[in-house]
Ligand binder design. Sequence first.
Ligand code: GLU
Length: 550
Amino acid sequence: MTDKELAELMFPDVKHDTEYYENLYPERNLKEGAVVSRFAPSPTGFVHMGSLLAAFIASKVPKETEGVFYLRIEDTDGKRTVENGVQGIIDDLKNFEIDIDEGVVSETEQIGAYGPYIQSERKEIYHTYAKYLVEQGLAYPCFCSQEEIDETRKMQELNKERIGIYGSYAKCRFLTNEERIEKIKKGEPYILRLKSPGDFNKKIVLNDLVRGKIEFPENDMDIVLIKSDGLPLYHFAHVIDDHLMRTTHILRGEEWISSTPVHLQLFQVLGFKAPKYAHLGVVMKIDEDGTKRKLSKRKDPEAAVSFYHEQGIPVEAVKLYLMTIANSNFEGWWDQNPTLGIDDFKFDFKKMSVSGSLFDLEKLKNISRSYISRLKANELYEKALVWAKEFDQEFASILEKYKDFSISVLNIEREQKKPRKDFESFSSIKKHIWYMYDEYFNGDLDYDFGKIHNREDIKEILNTYITKYFNENDDKEVWFNKIKELSNELGYCGDMKEYKLNPDAYKGSVADVSTVIRVAATTSSMTPDLYEILRLLGKERIEKRFESFM
Ligand code: GLU
């Protein structure tokens, strides 16, 4: 009996031949050098930082080359599938403004001419190519039970041999087609295996875009192509999908390097041209005791990209940070070109770290501080409001109620040579500016006046200041001179130099007096520019605050 008859028996439902799909998904009509790449997660419901890095680069390179970036969902492994797992991934990408040109855009919608982009909807395509391989004598049904496979493994372990189904261990490889057909007709369960043409003693070379040339022995394992449930394993699905979706570049985690010989062999037996591969290093973290380990979704909240969204760490800051870990020369470039953005930077695979990158949340927050410090006050206001609407509605309504005032508050020490850098995220804004709003400024507040703590002294300073000196219309110089005068009047030293020479001659200095005013107006001794704060609060509010304190 022929291979063709066997193939017919195994895949009675296949309606088309491979040619049909080759024509249905033709070579893409893109300009020379255009990169087609993809993000191909399992529907696990969320994107891990390491995957975000891969997705980010996989989307950046097509952008630079007028190519295509698409999202494919790899759901053939039921164990990695969770309910609403696709939506979580789409949301994470959306929140990170990683735009897709094609693929899965919602739980129910896909766009693009190369779909379906969900593997479980591509069964018919996989079966067509599987049937083709059987017809060519390049794949065969394997009837071994799990117990038999386990037995083989035990024996191999005992004999210190390579583990797997190859050579004489590939028992079903040696069945005749008559025997196969008989078993199938009897209803024996089976899976589909590749009849590997490889020779373990020969070498193949992978030209990895990040790592350069890597030599491997050829694959000689008769790997599983299709499981008993009819769905393909990753290896087979990846090769068919990336071929038919006309992917030019595969960016994926380094855990796949060791499978690449299998993939290259599959491309070869199917008669496809293999795409280029870039295997990205793992994203790691250093623990307090100095040990390096993989950033873990279980132990590290910062491993989930939703963390940044919730914290209100701007997308741009995360992207800037990802770029610094992706390409070592980015940071220097950005320092030299502070007005340019990631889109102006040319990504280079060769500048990726082979050994993986260290994830440093503090550094990311610093980048976030710098990024936020460069925003105009109204831009920051808008972004903070979007964040607050989702995560702190009370703060959002305050920001909206006092829009102009809030923009002015956010503008304190902004748009200057050395802008303030205390906002590390949108969620951290409130803790730095809450005292500007009466809604938050009530109840039991904590005051620490620093050096001057005698209540009568404090009252005297506040009273004299508000009744005699404060004027909303003063410019900064006049304002400061008045504080000095006030200090002198009440027995403090208005001149810091003089005070330092002769501290015992005074009750304190102008700095201590300012602290009293600052703390009474805001409760905090650490605020940005006091002049601006007082001016924005206005006389009436300051009076009220001083009174309520006294
Ligand atoms: N589904 C695979 C994973 O989640 C994708 C690997 C690839 O990008 O090819 O690891």
